[in-house]
Design a protein around this ligand. Structure first.
Ligand SMILES: NC(=O)c1ccc[n+]([C@@H]2O[C@H](COP(=O)([O-])OP(=O)(O)OC[C@H]3O[C@@H](n4cnc5c(N)ncnc54)[C@H](OP(=O)(O)O)[C@@H]3O)[C@@H](O)[C@H]2O)c1
Length: 271
């Protein structure tokens, strides 16, 4: 009755694996560098990874061009007896072009598995401590430089709420066929986030708006691909036009409680 957690060294996968084990459930973490070796680009790693697995948590890096390979892996997993899959994509995926990587993945999961759930998180609170914003700020001496006004806002969600939703979908009845768009309880501006992180050990402690060309220069300077930067720019546009500030009640729908506010994350995680 084991669960295979892909992306197990990433922000969400790592937490999902820990939570499953905390609950005493059998789970294995898979990635190129995980305890189970799984590389989407190496078909020889697929068969051993899904042996004896009943449930799958699927998470694929954004803008990685891996959709076809992951689709083929999912077919293999079903043939090997996996019946349940929970997939994370991102808030707004359902409104993207039908051939976008994440929409294609959502379709494959719906078609292939007897039990499936799609989880679409907004930007994570943890992006400021360990994810994309932290990496950018570290490369600029603590200054987060994005092509967005200081007062641009998003309903950032705590990765722990994403984790609990994924774990509920993997382990409880009632989540099959559901699509959850997960947000925090309120939209928060970058100005407000920087106020929370100032004077802490957060990698982000200042903010500056740059234009798209300036952002491109900074992002490629730390090794991000054009494709990844394009995807980030699309997601920034969703912040700029207010779409990422929308608050949903899907954490409550999935877990029966409200999502954690960002201030709680800041209190607990930043010192
Ligand atoms: N961060 C956000 O704000 C955010 C917001 C909305 C949605 N999401 C979605 O949430 C999901 C997880 O995001 P995340 O931020 O947790 O990702 P992440 O931290 O970047 O983790 C990506 C994971 O994928 C693994 N990986 C990369 N290339 C691989 C390959 N070729 N074969 C197998 N595994 C590979 C990495 O492990 P190895 O390097 O060890 O292989 C890592 O465990 C994604 O679907 C993302 O779109 C994230």
């Amino acid at each position: 009755m084991s669960t295979l957690v892909t992306g197990a060294t990433g922000q969400v996968g790592r937490r999902v694996l820990t939570e499953l084990r905390r609950r005493g459930l059998s789970a294995a973490g898979a990635s190129r560098d995980g305890e189970v070796r799984l590389d989407w680009t190496d078909t020889t790693s697929w068969e051993p990874a899904v042996e004896g697995v009943e449930r799958l948590f699927v998470t694929v890096p954004m803008a990685s061009g891996l959709t076809d390979r992951v689709g083929a892996f999912l077919e293999r997993a079903v043939a090997a007896g996996v019946r349940t899959a929970v997939l994370t994509t991102a808030m707004g995926t359902e409104n993207g072009p039908p051939d976008s990587e994440q929409r294609v993945l959502e379709r494959r999961v719906r078609e292939l598995f007897d039990h499936w759930t799609v989880v679409r998180p907004n930007w994570l609170d943890q992006d400021f401590t360990e994810g994309v914003f932290a990496r950018l700020a570290r490369s600029r001496k603590g200054r987060l430089e994005l092509p967005l006004a200081k007062d641009a806002a998003a309903s950032f969600v705590d990765a722990r709420d994403v984790t609990h939703t994924v774990v509920a979908a993997l382990t409880e009845e009632g989540h099959h066929g559901r699509e959850y768009t997960l947000t925090g309880p309120a939209a928060v501006t970058f100005r407000e986030v920087v106020r929370m992180t100032k004077g802490t050990e957060s990698p982000v402690w200042r903010y500056k708006k740059v234009d798209e060309a300036g952002f491109y220069f900074r992002a490629t300077d730390i090794g991000w691909s054009d494709r990844y930067v394009d995807t980030l720019n699309e997601r920034f546009r969703a912040i700029a036009n207010g779409r990422a500030a929308v608050v949903t009640d899907d954490v409550r729908r999935a877990l029966g409680r409200d999502p954690a506010p960002m201030a709680k994350f800041a209190r607990e995680s930043l010192h």
